[in-house]
Design a protein around this ligand. Structure first.
Ligand SMILES: [Zn+2]
Length: 138
């Protein structure tokens, strides 16, 4: 059993350059031991403008992490030089904010954070939200 471990969850790009920075940011800032990774090419775009079936599929994957590991925080990350979402920094960060608001509307008992990974391949916070109807704490 893994109940003694604390978990977070990230909806992150498939890009191998962003897995570690996003996991490390969540571990450091939300005091978790492990980060479950739900990957999708261009996940900020997928949540902000993708079709409902794709968003529902991502939500179902996040729910598995919360059910199994009692994840306390869910992150959505966008990143520089994204093959699936070649947008400007400003566009990415707007999508990250929109994606975070969508996740918050799912009513999960988690904190929701939006992250940006820039050209230095370090993660930084764009937005942090309490889930609507959830019990998330920072
Ligand atoms: Zn990407």
């Amino acid at each position: 059993m893994t109940t003694e471990h604390r978990f977070g969850t990230a909806i992150n790009c498939i890009d191998g350059r962003v897995q570690q920075p996003v996991a490390e940011w969540i571990k450091k800032n939300h005091q978790v031991d492990f980060v479950d990774m739900v990957t999708e090419p261009g996940p900020d775009k997928a949540l902000a403008t993708g079709d409902a079936r794709l968003r529902d599929a991502l939500r179902a994957k996040v729910q598995v992490s919360i059910n199994a590991h009692h994840s306390r925080v869910v992150a959505i990350a966008g990143h520089h030089n994204c093959a699936a979402n070649p947008a400007s920094r400003e566009e990415h960060q707007a999508q990250v904010r929109q994606g975070a608001r969508l996740i918050a509307s799912w009513g999960l008992p988690v904190r929701v954070v939006g992250l940006w990974v820039g050209p230095d391949w370090k993660a930084e916070a764009v937005v942090s939200l309490a889930s609507e109807g959830g019990a998330g704490t920072p």
